[in-house]
Design a binder for this molecule. Structure first.
Ligand SMILES: [Cu+2]
Length: 150
């Protein structure tokens, strides 16, 4: 009987462990190295870059962002025209997908977060508060440091 009870306790421990696993399922987003390029106040727009890591087991997507430092925030991608000039446009579908277990880099010449109608001077050392909106993970407030490109 004693042995049976021990077995029962062991089994319930397994059930609890499984439940904990299920709770941890879904996307797990980590934001690393968020920074912005310096630009004077007279420049109407600025750009933010960062690394988005999804350590979870479900895809997620960045669907937008907001900041008091910007009139509007848009998700952009840079591209090269047929003539070889650089341009940028809002991302296709309005979102940046971060597949499960993968990392998406927002960097110069690629994906970036555009701060349109800038309200502050982007001088090195300035910290800008930004709220990232994710499709599944919801809102994530972060701080972006304005600094020179590495
Ligand atoms: Cu842009």
């Amino acid at each position: 009987m004693k042995r049976f009870i021990r077995l029962l306790a062991l089994m319930s421990a397994v059930v609890v462990a499984l439940a904990a696993c299920q709770k941890a399922a879904g996307p797990q987003i980590q934001v690393e190295d968020a920074w912005g390029r310096p630009s004077p106040k007279v420049a109407t727009a600025g750009a933010f870059y960062m690394t988005l890591r999804n350590t979870g087991n479900e895809d997620d997507a960045l669907i937008g962002a907001s900041s008091d430092a910007c009139g509007t925030v848009e998700l952009h991608e840079s591209f090269k025209t047929a003539e070889g000039a650089m341009g940028m446009r809002p991302v296709e579908g309005g979102k940046i997908v971060i597949p499960a277990g993968q990392t998406v880099e927002l960097k110069m010449g690629g994906l970036h977060i555009m701060c349109i109608d800038k309200k502050v001077d982007f001088t090195p050392g300035t910290k800008v508060k930004l709220v990232l909106h994710f499709e599944k993970s919801g809102d994530m407030p972060i701080e972006v440091e304005i600094r020179q490109p590495k």
